[in-house]
Structures are given as structure tokens and as C-alpha cells.
Design a binder for this molecule. Structure first.
Ligand SMILES: NC(=O)c1ccc[n+]([C@@H]2O[C@H](COP(=O)([O-])OP(=O)(O)OC[C@H]3O[C@@H](n4cnc5c(N)ncnc54)[C@H](OP(=O)(O)O)[C@@H]3O)[C@@H](O)[C@H]2O)c1
Length: 427
């Protein structure tokens, strides 16, 4: 068998780029008589101290050293952000080069354009590293003969670490976040993780490759974990649940439900048991087959390994199958979903208040499964507010929203009660 080579150019030598270069230096040969040959690494800052010794003639500040280098047939983009990553990816594809990217933010915003470019130019587009919680099942999402009915995943290691540690250590959100930053589990600016956008980007990429449609980010209901307190984590535990930030996609006839928000999951369920930076995804198809995958949510080697898997696919001549591009799919508005709800009110600790709340919920067909009220009995001060937790039976979100608006007007109840949806998971 003749030997063929993949000539690789990498944009970026940060956390992920360094991992890829290390793995490439360790393992040049791919199964199937291919060699991986690193030609160039383009970076931004010429004088930065690097974690890895890369010969100086490999490093460049000039994107043309990759884009206009006919010897390079495969480009790895690990710089992040939208610009100039998008221009590098598009230009590489236009020049007939295979592209591998870990950039979920870019794919979530311009996935359609980038995938079309790859198809048009008959190039391989590798996206496994954009969602490493799911990278080993990405191929089955694109090739499964039966439609996916439901997908639910924990896609953000920072959030999962914070929520796990809150429960285990009994410490506040901000104390755990600070420690996560010190330990390198959270970025200096973790806003995209905490507010749910990183999870939403990863969901959009999975939808794009499995359905041929990348929903616009503004159409995917996205809520982060900013409002979750230690008190909620502990109340959830008392009720037999754990709080997790999840991405959910469900097909219902021709409508698609796609949303990202914290949920209460029964604590014996598989997703509820994923702890710390661990991520995972479970999928059920229309004939009831269920598959899942667990992986660390981020990090140098897990991400670099997903990129290596794409390199191996290129070396074996295996392209990702893309479903026909769709121009739109109708997304179900969040108001139309139906699930169980955890509701937390702060209400004056006196007789009759609970009954008033329950009566408004009843007016909107919302029945209550369980209640926790932490009254202070004889020790209470006049008009002191105490938390009241209610777990509802399945109800429609629009009814819940209308009832909460009415409850908001009660003088005995603090404004803006907390709502967390309940999710049963797949396995
Ligand atoms: N970190 C993870 O665990 C992880 C996991 C999954 C996916 N990802 C994704 O992987 C990508 C890279 O993440 P990272 O954590 O490795 O980022 P990073 O550590 O910040 O590294 C970014 C690299 O890109 C280079 N760069 C930035 N702008 C550039 C430009 N205009 N031209 C050339 N090079 C440029 C930087 O150059 P200098 O070194 O010269 O500054 C740096 O080497 C992102 O899309 C991220 O979302 C990361």
C-alpha cells in the first residue's frame, strides 16, 4: 500500500493548539499508511512564551503561510472567536483544504455557510472538537437511518463543576466559581459558560449536523445558572433531585423543541450522576434506540484527541455525511412546552399565604405534587419572609408564567419567584 501524507497547518497555539502539536509530535502515523506532517503554526503574538518547544521556522504570524501554501492540505482552526477565524476557515475551504475546527461559537453563528462551503469544495469539515461531550457519537448523529426523537446533554464543564461542588461542599455559587477559576476549570471571564451560551452553541452545532439546519441563537431559549443558589441545590436534594445545566432537543411532529436552561433531574438518573467537569449526552431515536457518551467537558488533551479523530477520518477518506441543508425548521416557543416545575417563593410566614399561592396556581390548572415550607414557628418575626418551595405536576409553561405574574402581585410574596424546569432524562 502506498504511503500518503497529510500536511497540516494550525491556526492557534493556545490550550488546544498546544495539545494538538504535542499529540502530533508523539504520533505521526495514522492507521492506514498516512503520515501527519506539521508544516506551520500561525499565532498572533510573536514574543509569547510557549508551553511547548516548537522550532521557530514552524511558527509564523502570517495567515498566508497556511492559506496560500499549496503544500498544506489540512487546516486546524483553534484560535476561537468569530473573526478572523471565519475568514481563515472559509478561505481554506475555498482553496480546497480540509478544515478541522473546535470553534463552537463560529459554527453556531455561521455553520450553514461553512458546511455549504465544505460541500461545494468537496472538503472534509471536522467538528468533533466543538462538542467533546458528544464527539464519539457525532458520526452516528449524521448517519442514523432513523430520526432522533430526543437529545439531552450536559455540555459545560464549568457549570457542572460549580453545581456539583455547591451540593458537595455546601458553599455558595460565587465561592465555588472563584475556586474553579483558580483551578483552571473556569475562564477568567466565564460569562459565556455561566449564562448558557456555550451550551447553546454546542446544541446548535449538533442540530446543524443532524438536521441540516442551524437554528439562530436567538431562537434557542437560553438561560444560565446565575440565579441558582445553594438554597435551591439543597432544596432540590431534599426533593430527590440534582440541578444541572442541560441542552434539550425534542422533535414533535414537524416542530423542534430546542432549549438550554437549568433543570432538576431525579438524582438516580445517569445525567444527574455526572459530576464535576464531566459532560455527557444521551439520545433516543424514533425506534427507541438509546445511545450516550460521557467525556470531560473541555481541556487540552480531550479536545486535541477529538481533533486527532478527525485527522484519522480524513486519512481514511471518510467524510462526514451532511444531511441536505434546510432553510428553516419551526421551533416550538418555550411558552408551549409542558413539564414539571420547581417554584420558589419568598412569602410572609403567616396563615393563609400558602393557600393564596395554591389557589392562583389552581386557577391556571397547575396542581402541586409537593411543598416545602421552612417556617420559623414561634421564633418568626412579624412579616418575615421564608422560602416556600413547590414542585408541580406537568403543566404548560404559559400557564405557569401567567400564574407567576399574578402571584407577583400578592403583597405577601417577594417579587420575581424562581422557576426551574424538571427533566426526567433518558436513562
Ligand atoms: N480550551 C478548551 O478546553 C476548549 C475545549 C473545546 C473547544 N475549545 C475551542 O477551541 C478554540 C481554541 O481555544 P483555546 O482554549 O485553545 O484558546 P486560547 O488558549 O486562547 O488560544 C488561542 C490561540 O489562538 C491564537 N490566535 C488568536 N488570534 C489569532 C489570530 N488573529 N491569528 C493567529 N492566531 C491567533 C493565539 O495566539 P497567541 O498564542 O500568539 O496569543 C493562541 O495561540 C476555541 O474556539 C474554543 O472555544 C476549547
Amino acid at each position: 500500500m502506498s504511503t500518503k501524507n497529510l500536511h497540516i497547518g494550525i491556526f492557534g497555539l493556545g490550550t488546544v493548539g498546544t495539545g494538538v502539536v504535542e499529540l502530533l509530535m508523539k504520533k505521526k502515523d495514522a492507521p492506514g499508511n498516512y503520515h501527519f506532517i506539521l508544516e506551520k503554526v500561525v499565532v498572533k503574538n510573536p514574543n509569547k512564551k510557549r508551553e511547548i518547544d516548537v522550532p521557530s521556522d514552524f511558527l509564523s504570524l502570517n495567515p498566508d503561510d497556511i492559506l496560500n501554501n499549496p503544500a498544506i492540505d489540512t487546516v486546524i482552526e483553534v484560535i476561537g472567536g468569530i473573526h478572523p477565524a471565519k475568514e481563515f476557515v472559509i478561505q481554506a475551504l475555498e482553496k480546497g483544504k480540509n478544515v478541522i475546527t473546535a470553534n463552537k461559537a463560529l459554527l453556531a453563528s455561521y455553520g450553514s455557510e461553512i458546511f455549504n462551503k465544505a460541500v461545494e469544495n468537496r472538503c472534509y469539515l471536522g467538528v468533533r472538537a466543538s462538542n467533546i461531550a458528544a464527539y464519539r457519537i457525532i458520526e452516528s448523529l449524521t448517519t442514523s437511518p432513523s430520526k432522533i426523537e430526543k437529545l439531552i446533554g450536559i455540555f459545560n464543564g464549568t457549570c457542572n463543576y460549580i453545581l456539583t461542588e455547591m451540593e458537595k461542599k455546601g458553599e455558595s455559587f460565587s465561592a465555588i466559581l472563584k475556586r474553579a477559576q483558580e483551578m483552571g476549570y473556569a475562564e477568567a471571564d466565564p460569562i459565556n459558560d455561566i449564562n448558557g451560551y456555550d451550551t447553546a452553541h454546542k446544541l446548535i452545532v449538533l442540530l446543524g449536523i443532524s438536521l441540516g439546519y442551524f437554528p439562530p441563537i436567538k431562537s434557542v431559549y437560553t438561560e444560565g445558572i446565575n440565579n441558582i443558589t445553594l438554597q435551591d441545590v439543597l432544596f432540590a436534594r431534599e426533593l430527590g433531585y440534582r440541578i444541572k445545566l442541560v441542552a434539550i432537543a425534542k422533535r414533535e411532529e414537524e416542530m423542534l423543541e430546542a432549549r438550554v436552561h437549568p433543570v432538576l433531574i431525579p438524582k438516580e438518573k445517569w445525567l444527574a450522576r455526572l459530576e464535576g467537569i464531566e459532560n455527557g449526552v444521551e439520545v433516543r431515536d424514533e425506534i427507541g434506540l438509546e445511545i450516550g457518551m460521557q467525556a470531560p467537558g473541555a481541556g487540552k488533551y480531550p479536545t486535541a484527541t477529538a481533533i486527532m479523530e478527525d485527522l484519522i477520518c480524513i486519512s481514511r477518506g471518510r467524510g462526514l455525511f451532511f444531511p441536505p441543508r434546510k432553510s428553516s425548521i419551526t421551533l416550538k416557543p418555550i411558552e408551549k412546552i409542558e413539564t414539571k416545575y420547581y417554584l420558589k417563593f419568598h412569602a410572609v410566614d403567616k396563615a393563609g399565604v400558602l393557600a393564596k399561592i395554591a389557589s392562583i396556581l389552581g386557577d391556571y390548572n397547575i396542581s402541586i405534587e409537593s411543598v416545602i415550607q421552612k417556617g420559623k414557628g414561634d421564633k418568626r418575626k412579624e412579616n418575615e419572609m421564608v422560602p416556600v418551595i413547590m414542585l408541580t405536576h406537568r403543566s404548560r409553561e404559559d400557564n405557569i408564567q401567567k400564574a407567576l405574574k399574578k402571584i407577583n402581585d400578592l403583597p405577601e410574596v417577594e417579587k420575581n419567584p424562581l422557576l426551574i424546569r424538571v427533566e426526567e432524562g433518558i436513562f
